[in-house]
Design a protein around this ligand. Structure first.
Ligand code: AHR
Length: 492
């Protein structure tokens, strides 16, 4: 057992953690929407207008704050009019990005907005720039949000929705440096400004417009778009996105469940790269926008492995182990620590795709280890991040990966601390002080298991949250972290 120190100071408040940092992403990809979230009204699986009830409840339990839709690469080929009106007459299209399957558009704007209403989360619409027009996107916004008597409003009403929806988050293009049109940053900046100018605020609705930002470490993209966007911060541009997938080697992604100890550390090390990426992009943004009017929105992140054997390679279906729980814990701690600039993050993706929080098979549904991390971290939503420091060492001999990942926040007099021990072999005892709070009680919960541990449809609760022990005497704190574990402390 290794002994390390911990120091938490609730008086040292740093930034507000936007609830949206705990967002998810749902694309028309594989079985995320169809045969995932949406099973259709005629399904024997309990549903509300085709939306799976168990998934809605699971989203509500983690207080899902925001859901991004319809893509991803799919977004820049999506024409919203194909997905409204009588279902039987909706246009069929080929999903050219994801498996070449035929998409019948039975899940469209009304279905997505109803899902968000049932879950109680904000919708985040990703608009088509690559193959769409300014008018098309402008009219989609009008269709969704305009309360006045206009042609788009009449069309919405004809399709059964009287009230305008409230829509805050609007993405203007997705990965326009790649699948969204292969643009360069200078060209995209101009295109963005044109599109954004015609996406209007109707009635009391106020859009928060998000531009396509960099892929991973493309600092030139950030520099160019920030130079062009800075004068429009908080008006035409509210955020730029960052996409970063945890993949050490794109040519050899490897199996989601069958991996070596070495590979475990390599993946966690790659997850930690998020820290360097965010810090460097923040540095560039700070130069052009010191007043922090433009946020960094990490609207695609997570692990990406080879697909499960026997599944469609275009569907990106993968299992989810304790390794993924550790990746999620590291990433979310990083977002909490960078809450000043990082105002939203959306894990890819919600159901049955990549680092999914939920997997389904027919009527069965399982919550992945990653889901449980979102559950453990939910009290950080809307809290103030606070000073939290631990001693640290390398997670394993010869690895530069830090053993401990941590973050802390305070809300309504309650301190939440999330800690993980990345070592596979060594436990850690953290001892130290909690300042800035007259603490009377401590409650601890843990998610732990062997690195390959995962939930299956036959054994859905192999990895779940369990109560844990921690001591608080006066302001002295002591907690043990077993190898490969995520612990949450609630101190009040
Ligand atoms: O999440 C899968 C894909 O990854 C998205 O469609 C795209 O934006 C990214 O490249």
């Amino acid at each position: 057992m290794k002994d390390l120190s911990i120091l938490i100071n609730a008086d040292d408040k740093q930034s507000h953690i936007n609830r949206e940092v705990y967002g998810n992403f749902s694309e028309h990809l594989g079985r995320c929407i169809y045969n995932g979230i949406f099973v259709g009204e005629d399904s024997s699986i309990p549903n509300i207008h085709g939306l799976r009830k168990d998934i809605i409840e699971a989203f509500k339990n983690i207080k899902l704050p925001v859901l991004r839709w319809p893509g991803g690469c799919f977004a820049d080929e999506y024409h919203w009019r194909d997905g409204i009106g009588e279902k039987s007459s909706r246009k069929k299209i080929v999903n050219t990005n994801w498996g070449g399957v035929v998409e019948n558009n039975s899940f469209g704007t009304h279905e997505f907005m109803e899902l968000c209403e049932l879950v109680g989360c904000e919708p985040y619409i990703s608009g088509n720039v690559g193959s769409g027009t300014v008018r098309e996107l402008s009219e989609w916004v009008e269709y969704m949000t305009c309360p006045d008597d206009t042609p788009m409003t009449s069309l919405r009403k004809e399709n059964g929705r009287e009230e305008a929806w409230s829509l805050k988050y609007l993405g203007i293009g997705n990965e326009n440096w790649g699948c969204g049109g292969n643009m360069d940053p200078q060209y995209y900046s101009s295109v963005y400004k044109q599109f954004a100018s015609f996406c209007k605020n109707y009635g009391g609705n106020r859009l928060y417009k998000i531009a396509c930002g960099p892929s991973g470490g493309d600092y030139n993209w950030t520099d160019t778009v920030m130079k062009n966007f800075a004068p429009y911060g908080g008006q035409l541009v509210d955020g730029i996105s960052l996409h970063f997938y945890c993949i050490p080697d794109w040519n050899n992604k490897g199996d989601a469940v069958d991996f070596s100890e070495d590979s475990y550390y390599t993946w966690l090390d790659t997850a930690n790269k998020m820290e360097e990426l965010i810090s460097t992009h923040e540095g560039i943004m700070e130069r052009y926008d010191p007043e922090n009017k433009i946020a960094l929105i990490v609207d695609e992140w997570g692990s990406w492995y080879d697909v499960e054997k026997g599944t469609n390679p275009g569907f990106l279906y993968q299992q989810n182990t304790m390794r993924d729980a550790m990746i999620a814990a590291i990433s979310l701690n990083i977002f909490n620590r960078h809450a000043r600039r990082v105002k939203m993050a959306n894990i890819a993706q919600a159901v049955n795709v990549l680092q999914a929080v939920i997997l389904t098979e027919g009527e069965k549904m399982i919550l992945t280890p990653t889901y449980h991390v979102f559950d453990l971290y939910k009290d950080h939503q809307g809290a103030e991040s606070i000073y939290c420091h631990t001693g640290n060492e390398d997670a394993a001999e010869g690895k530069k990966l830090p053993m401990i990942s941590s973050s802390a926040s305070v809300k309504d007099g309650k301190v939440t601390v999330t800690l993980s021990n990345c070592s596979l072999t060594e436990g850690v005892r953290l001892s130290g002080l909690v300042a800035g709070i007259d603490a009377k009680s401590i409650k601890a919960d843990i998610l732990t298991g062997e690195a390959h541990a995962h939930n299956t449809f036959d054994s859905p609760e192999s990895v779940t949250i369990k109560p844990h022990k921690a001591q608080l005497e006066g302001n002295k704190l002591c907690v043990e972290l077993p190898p490969c574990s995520v612990v949450r402390l609630c101190i009040e």
